[in-house]
Write a protein that binds this ligand. Structure first.
Ligand SMILES: Cc1ncc(COP(=O)(O)O)c(C=O)c1O
Length: 424
């Protein structure tokens, strides 16, 4: 028998051997220490682990400080009721056919409502990941943009939902990875290439915002197209919760495309693609050729109803009240624990620990009644391990103070006292 061919992968843009080989050790260790694979019931805002859990035993109660529902809208009675009401009103959970053929008006209703909120055209999808997987290849081929095939510049820290699409984009155009927010790198490419598209987070999962104003200068100078994922700042940031990019970018036209998940502070399911200045024909191309945006399922009616209710809350003073509570909680945390993110409006804090101590620290904090997710090498670079804390509007002062005491007990750095408050 002739020798059969074995395959040597190119691994230009992804490498599962490395990803699983290294990443699985992280997950195994987290799970062995009771910090992953937790099953818990929600009971009056407090999570209760399922009986028989390996390390914490029956009835362990904990407050989740690692949840992205920054405004607690996911359990807001009007949001829950909105889901139920829409299901009754439409009488069907999902109408199982591609929207480009036949659709019920449910998702259109949500798109209109969100469109009004953002002052833009909105296309919904079942997830931000799905939206990104549909849109980036259309940008790469020039069908979404000005018709010119752009060089695709992915920020080094772009969320995995964007980074995963590199190989697909590379089949349509050239793809490069830039250092994080490196404006010189992007400008250099803009000088060399007829068209450039830059892909990045509007608000990063580990804190920090994109330099939208500086990028707008490049957009004006070179026609740069920027694709932002602003999932972490939707609802939590800006008037009516439109997020960081929509609040600060001076370029709100076809050169800026923003995608936001509805599954963080907005408190529901699905995602919104926020577009300005695209004509009907291009919108049809998105609908028909945006991959899973067309062939996969739509937001079901319960998610649509919950989304409509959440959008209504965004139009009222209650949203500002919730944002203010979130920011007061962030300030309280910062007054007790020092992190690199202290003083910022972003709801995520990383409490630095060493790779060797972070799991044990997370375990002790969990035993004290708080879940914060440990991140460590190889998931993050060596020397950047820590406990990731997410603040929410509904956390009480007592909970935050108790969490901070537990964090200090495992080595977190206390904040410096405000001058005059320590009696000196
Ligand atoms: C920046 C960012 N984008 C997208 C996602 C995923 O959103 P979705 O669940 O809507 O795909 C996440 C989730 O962690 C995220 O942090």
């Amino acid at each position: 028998m002739t020798e059969r061919i074995t395959i040597s992968p190119t691994h230009h843009y992804r490498n599962n051997d490395k990803l699983i080989g290294i990443g699985n050790a992280f997950w195994d260790m987290s799970e062995r220490n009771g910090l992953a694979g937790i099953v818990a019931d929600l009971d009056g805002g407090v999570l209760r682990t399922a009986p028989g859990h390996e390390f914490i035993g029956e009835g362990h109660e904990f407050v989740n400080f690692s949840c992205c529902s920054y405004l607690d809208l996911d359990s807001h009675p009007r949001v829950v009721e909105g889901g139920i009401e829409a299901l009754r009103r439409y009488g069907v959970l999902d109408h199982c056919i591609a929207r480009s053929r036949v659709q019920i008006p449910a998702m259109l209703e949500l798109e209109d409502s969100l469109g009004e909120l953002f002052g833009a055209h909105v296309v919904c999808s079942i997830a931000a990941s799905t939206a990104t997987f549909g849109l980036l290849p259309l940008i790469a081929s020039g069908h979404l943009g000005d018709g010119t095939r752009p060089l695709m510049v992915f920020d080094k820290n772009a969320h995995v939902s964007m980074a995963n699409v590199k190989p697909v984009c590379a089949d349509e155009t050239e793809v490069v990875t830039s250092p994080h927010h490196d404006l010189d790198f992007i400008e250099d490419k803009c000088r060399k290439y007829a068209r450039v598209a830059y892909v990045c987070d509007g608000s990063d999962s580990l804190g920090g915002y994109a330099p939208v104003k500086e990028l707008a200068e490049l957009q004006d100078k070179y026609g740069l197209l920027v694709y932002y994922d602003d999932s972490h700042s939707l609802s939590a940031y800006g008037e009516r919760g439109v997020g960081h990019v929509r609040t600060h970018s001076p370029v709100l036209d076809e050169r800026t495309i923003t995608v936001v998940t509805l599954n963080k502070a907005f408190g529901t399911s699905g995602a919104a693609i926020v577009l300005d200045g695209y004509d009907k024909e291009t919108l049809r191309v998105i609908e028909r050729f945006g991959g899973a945006l067309n062939y996969s399922q739509l937001l079901n009616t319960a998610a649509v109803g919950a989304g409509l209710a959440s959008a209504e809350i965004h139009r009222t003073a209650e949203l500002t009240t919730l944002q203010n509570r979130l920011h007061a909680n962030i300030d309280l945390f910062d007054s007790l624990i020092h992190t690199d993110q202290s003083g910022g409006t972003y709801p995520i804090r990383l409490v630095p620990m060493s790779d060797e101590t972070v799991i044990e620290a997370g375990r002790q904090v969990f035993e004290a009644g708080f879940y914060v997710s440990p991140v460590f090498f190889p998931i993050v670079a060596r020397g950047t391990a820590g406990l990731r804390v997410m603040m929410r509007a509904g956390q009480t002062e007592e909970q935050i103070r108790a969490l901070c005491a537990a964090l200090i007990a495992v080595g977190a750095r206390p904040a410096a006292p405000v001058p005059g408050e320590d009696g000196r």
